[in-house]
Design a protein around this ligand. Structure first.
Ligand code: GAL
Ligand code: ZN
Length: 638
């Protein structure tokens, strides 16, 4: 199996999306000259070039791409060649309206933008395969080719009749027959029993709230059906040259595609990330997303496929990155395991929806702050690649003693309709636990609930509403064998079939945690819970509480006052040779920081470097420690 190392060939990758089809050929030569000046060694070509490559069915126009790839190759610049299937040309939708995606409202989304395809439509599948196959037949052995970039940011959901048909097939493989489906979906509720497969539909617009498992299964199906599109194109291009590594670009915390399943289907993981320069927590959020990418790839290097050198034009307020910020966030990616830093895009588009988007060569041209910073970054990355005899970062791993459990099913399920608290968002829960560790410079991986955990000193489960038998046993075994676990509230509530566990929560973990939850107690906005703790100091909590009872665990903190007066809010339980904590509420950030400090100390989890001033991020990669200063002004390190 090829990997990212087959594309890097000893150098950190540097470059961006290159859309030469938007420019007259005179500009191409200047592009290559400027790319060389900037130290660019990889550009992503063809992501949105379907119409330029195949102006009508059966007719291909590869001449311009031959020229472009030739120029790039002469300039020593590698290519991530994209299958252009994220944006079918109007001719496809016009001739085959059934390839246009249909919303839950039954309305078709027309061409004129991008991403307008139904992943189940046979005509789309056929056309996508034809164009990918033709592209690979022509370029799979091109000397400039470094990797395949399949599609773009998979994630479009469709609710049409083709999808209904495929959804029925997906369901019948999962549940066998209609009896199985009726039992699984609990169709006895509200008279939803299905007597014929033809009656079974994707969730569409309904009179009132729909069946939760229909919704959840459809989300699972959408991820799977998009993955089928990915693998079909992957296999089509791979057949022409199995030595070329293949990827597709993920987004930051994207619920629609199950990262674990998708990462397993590609040769390496890549990320598009657009932190908001106006968000004071942007660096922390960005670090979290980058740690997810490294983790999805099993710790192997990943590729930062897209970030903006300046503004992201889809933001309501598209403030550019201040001087130095693109360098800082690029280095953060390398520190957290990326073997390349690419941008959207190389040259700013004069026309089209993204004319206000940042670019490596901005509208002002190469005589600009942005381009000068790009050139400086290119030089710096080349140095970091490692000269002979100097240890580099390329290919090196990022050690972590802490794992945070990340689970797409649990995420989707906890955010279904008619859960006890509408505002309970999964990624917020992960962020609350990640943030204090990031600030303390404790590096975290993300891990599957049913994956190997033995190598970690500490495992955090900020929330795991839905839990499989395998995950339940896995976390229990981890603690039994000496691990330390911290679990947050509203966990262990339902099984993967969205059946609520009976007899108290966290269903399968009551023994492990030494606690029994009888009732979930979401709190109205603005209500503060007063929590008393000699060990952690008193603190406030909000949004969520539980009617808990200690059944063997030691009570570390108790609710004081109100309906839940005296109920345990934080508990600690020795189990096997390990320790399991349960946090039955959402403590204010400072209190969660104290709690995690305490847990880290007990579990001998240490920061990369102790005692750094606030705003300084430290990450170890291979033999190097990266120090990244995120605040304004100077800071002195001793
Ligand atoms: C990404 C996309 C790129 C570009 C970019 C702008 O979502 O893959 O093609 O549109 O956003 O921020
Ligand atoms: Zn469809």
């Amino acid at each position: 199996m090829p990997g990212l190392e087959d594309a890097t060939r000893g150098r950190l990758l540097f470059g961006g999306d290159y859309n030469p089809e938007q420019w007259p050929p005179e500009v191409w030569a200047e592009d290559v000259r400027l790319m060389r000046e900037a130290g660019v060694n990889l550009v992503t070509v063809g992501v949105f070039a379907w119409a330029a490559l195949q102006p009508e069915p059966g007719r291909f126009t590869f001449g311009w791409l031959d020229t472009v790839l030739g120029l790039l190759d002469e300039g020593g610049i590698g290519v991530a060649l994209a299958t252009p299937t994220a944006s079918p040309p109007p001719w496809l939708g016009h001739r085959h309206p059934d390839t246009l995606p249909q919303g839950p409202d039954g309305v078709r989304r027309l061409y004129g933008s991008r991403n307008q395809y139904c992943p189940s439509a046979p005509a789309y599948r056929r056309a996508a395969r034809v164009v990918s196959d033709a592209l690979a037949a022509r370029y799979a052995h091109h000397p400039a080719l470094r990797m395949w970039h399949i599609g773009n940011e998979y994630g479009t959901a469709c609710h049409c009749d083709h999808c209904a048909q495929r959804f029925r097939g997906w369901l019948s493989r999962r549940y066998g027959d209609l009896d199985g489906l009726n039992a699984a979906w609990g169709t006895a509720v509200w008279s939803q029993r299905y007597g014929d497969w033809a009656e079974v539909l994707p969730p569409r617009r309904m009179q009132y709230v729909g069946n939760p498992l229909q919704d959840l299964d459809y989300q699972r199906f959408v991820s799977d059906v998009l993955l089928e599109c990915f693998t079909a194109e992957r296999d089509a291009v791979r057949a022409h040259n199995p030595a070329v590594p293949i990827t597709t670009n993920f987004m930051d915390f994207y619920r629609h595609t199950d990262g674990w399943r998708w990462a397993a289907a590609e040769d390496f993981v890549s990320l598009d990330t657009y932190p908001d320069p106006n968000d004071p927590d942007a660096a922390m959020r960005a670090a979290m997303s980058k740690d997810v990418m490294r983790s999805l790839g099993g710790g192997r290097p990943w590729l930062l496929m897209e970030q903006s050198p300046g503004a992201a034009s889809w933001r309501p307020v598209a403030t550019p990155k201040r001087p130095g910020l693109n360098r800082l966030w690029s280095m953060q990616a390398v520190a957290r395991g990326a073997d390349g830093v690419l941008h959207f895009q190389w040259r700013a588009s004069r026309q089209g929806a993204e004319r206000a988007h940042g670019a490596m060569v901005p509208h002002a041209g190469h005589d600009s702050r942005v381009f000068r910073e790009i050139c400086a970054l290119g030089r710096e990355l080349a140095e970091l690649s490692g000269m002979p005899g100097v240890p580099g970062v390329l290919g090196a791993g990022v050690p972590a003693d802490v794992a945070i459990v990340l689970d797409w099913d649990a995420w989707r399920a906890v955010e279904l309709d008619h859960q006890p608290h509408h505002g309970f968002r999964y990624v917020d829960r992960l962020t609350e636990y990640y943030a204090p560790l990031w600030r303390a410079n404790v590096t975290c991986d993300f891990a599957r609930a049913d994956g190997p955990l033995g190598g970690y000193r500490l495992v955090l489960v900020p929330n795991l509403y839905q839990v499989s038998a395998a995950a339940a046993a896995n976390l229990t075994a981890y603690v039994q064998a000496g691990g330390t676990l911290v679990m947050g509230p509203f966990s262990g509530v339902a099984d993967p079939g969205e059946r609520v566990f009976t007899g108290g929560w966290p269903g399968p973990w009551q023994d492990l945690l030494g606690v029994r939850v009888e009732e979930h107690w979401p709190l109205p906005d603005g209500e503060r819970l007063d929590v008393a703790s000699a060990e952690l100091g008193d603190f406030a909590a909000a949004t969520w509480a539980e009617w808990t009872e200690a059944r063997g665990a030691q009570v570390v903190a108790r609710i004081r006052g109100g309906t839940l007066d005296g109920r345990p809010a934080v508990l600690r339980h020795r189990y096997g040779t390990g320790t399991a904590w349960y946090v039955a509420t959402l403590p204010e950030p400072e209190a969660l920081r104290r709690l995690l400090d305490r847990v880290c100390a007990d579990a001998a989890v240490r920061p990369v470097l102790p005692g750094l001033p606030p705003g300084v991020e430290a990450v170890r990669r291979g033999d190097r420690i990266f120090l990244l200063h995120h605040d304004d002004g100077r800071v002195e390190l001793r």
